[in-house]
Design a protein around this ligand. Sequence first.
Ligand code: MLT
Length: 272
Amino acid sequence: MRLTGNNLKIIVNDIHVSYNDEGPEKAPVIILIHGFPLNKSMWDNQLKSLKDNYRVIAYDIRGHGNTGIGAIDFTIDLFVKDLLGFMDALMIDKTIICGLSMGGYIALNAIENYSTRFTALILSDTNCTADSPEAIEKRMNTIESIKENGVDKLADDLIPNLFAPESFKTNSEEIVAVKEMIVTTSKQSLYNSLHALANRKETCSKLAEIKVPVLILVGEEDNITPVEASKAMHEKIDIALLSIISEAGHLSNLENPEEFNSQLHKFLNALK
Ligand code: MLT
């Protein structure tokens, strides 16, 4: 029997996964995957906006939010294994998948390896490249800095890059919520996830094989996965739409939910 509501729990692989599941039983399913080091609550606005017409599921990735940490080594492959295990546990054969940043890395890896399980792909503020040596070094320095200076310092370092400058005037509630998400992620999970991000493989060379419709969304002021990265993915995918979200940085769904949701609805309506 399907359970609906917030903070539901289900066993997947070696962990309990925490998730929200709303919307009509028989409607098309959309699974939302959050970024690093955030949690499923970053999708609350999209869940509310979509739940009348879709079965919308947002879950906490291993080690984030209320999901267990389990295995010590995290990899994007392990996150994908969790996603597929989660779909199996909920008896979801096929779904539309939407991932922001690290969620996008997971969605791209999942579609590359399990293409038959996905009917459409939404990539938000993400990219298909692997980390450069400099980026890997930065992630290792971040681990050292968390050990020395703690998670508040991490939040203070990350937040200026996650949001567009305008958002510091208009989205103060979202900034407070994101800080809370960062500081409540365990240090062990931060270390593990930074290793997973640093070791991830590129997916750019597989983009041409994607045969489902794709929507690419990106904040016009995204400093982490800039507009150029989205344009490069757009060029390589057969059936892809690109939409640049105004007045938004890396967290475009939180910074400009009106425009983000309107693009989502337009794309999803066209799939019917
Ligand atoms: C994210 O938002 O998930 C991270 O910024 C991804 C990354 O650091 O590559």
